[in-house]
Ligand binder design. Structure first.
Ligand SMILES: Cc1cc2nc3c(=O)[nH]c(=O)nc-3n(C[C@H](O)[C@H](O)[C@H](O)COP(=O)(O)O)c2cc1C
Length: 312
């Protein structure tokens, strides 16, 4: 599997572990990279010391490439980038902000960068700033989503048609079916978040994983539509703050959920998760997710190939 995304990432598969605040740390990033994908450590919510420790942990566990994600609006974005450079990370991802603010230093240090976008306008701006590729996040994704409500199915083909740089699809992908669909739309890679929350070794509490397993088609909602929209699982707390006025005031929603998803409880924690939660029916090992997806996608690809040939 070789394409422009595997070239940027230096990986076997063009498959990316979506960065998740306080969840995607060193061990998870290394396990994903060891399984052939691109692991990432999230800088959101992490101190400089914690980031250094987590990068070091990952470096001890793998000699494969992994990355660091920096939400640009966060006060620690520039410091996190310096740590990434200093510790030898080769590819970073940026989100939530204008990449033009940070790309000068990224390129000066010789790193590659993928930037997260949710609209055509944002993607064109990112390309103009000089990013190597975009991660296009559809409205069905877990965590922060765009304000324009564009779904992955409609966003990817528009970007593929208009951009010169490669596009990674994020949002709504949890298995080989999603992978094939994203590639059929023209994506050259995929990024998964929610699927990885629901893995055995993930640091999230069992009640978070169980809530994903129990999720149905109507189990998520978007909070903070007026400020920074974020898709989360419905629970008592999420329904309480679903009022846009309250959400605007709620610092925890602005900051990408709530650290209570690491140590709180099932009714009071804000638990970011995508609509794909309703497709996830099983807790898996971290190292199984990407190889299983690839295997499933290969089977689907040959079935589709047969089907379309038969139709000639
Ligand atoms: C719990 C959680 C935390 C997240 N935190 C971040 C983050 O800190 N930075 C970021 O760029 N994306 C974050 N995301 C988005 C993911 O990286 C990924 O793009 C998204 O989950 C993909 O959609 P999916 O959940 O449908 O797979 C988060 C998502 C979840 C579910």
């Amino acid at each position: 599997m070789k394409n422009r995304i595997t070239e940027i990432l230096g990986t076997q598969y063009p498959l990316i572990l979506g960065p998740m605040r306080l969840i995607t740390l060193g061990e998870m990033a290394a396990s994903v990279s060891n399984s052939g994908g691109f692991g990432q450590i999230g800088a959101s919510g992490a101190s400089a010391e914690m980031l250094r420790d987590e990068i070091e942990k990952a470096q001890k566990m793998t000699d494969k490439p992994f990355g660091l994600n920096m939400p640009i609006y966060r006060p620690n974005a520039f410091e996190a980038l310096e740590i990434a450079i200093e510790m030898g990370i080769k590819t970073v991802t940026t989100s939530a902000g204008n990449p033009a603010k940070i790309i000068g230093r990224i390129k000066e240090a010789g790193l590659k960068v993928l930037h997260k976008v949710s609209t055509v306008k944002m993607a064109l701006k990112a390309q103009e700033a000089g990013v190597d590729g975009v991660i296009a996040t559809g409205f069905e994704a877990g965590g922060h989503v765009g304000r324009e409500n564009i779904t992955t199915l409609c966003l990817i083909p528009q970007l593929v048609d208009i951009l010169d740089i490669p596009v990674v699809a994020a949002g709504g992908i949890g298995d080989g079916r999603g992978l094939i669909a994203a590639f059929a739309l023209g994506a050259q890679g995929v990024e998964l978040g929610t699927r990885f929350v629901c893995t055995r070794e993930c640091a999230s509490p069992d009640w978070y994983k169980e809530a994903i397993i129990r999720a149905t088609d109507s189990s998520t909602l978007v909070l903070g539509k007026e400020a920074m929209p974020i898709r989360v699982l419905k629970n008592k707390k999420a329904l309480e703050v679903a009022d846009p006025e309250k959400a605007r005031e709620d610092e925890r929603i602005k900051s990408g959920g709530d650290d209570a998803y690491v140590d709180g409880d099932a009714e009071q924690a804000i638990m970011p998760a995508g609509q794909v939660a309703s497709v996830i029916k099983q807790i898996k090992g971290i190292a199984e997710v990407f190889p299983d997806m690839v295997k499933e996608a290969k089977t689907i690809s040959s079935e589709l190939n047969r089907f379309f040939k038969e139709d000639d």
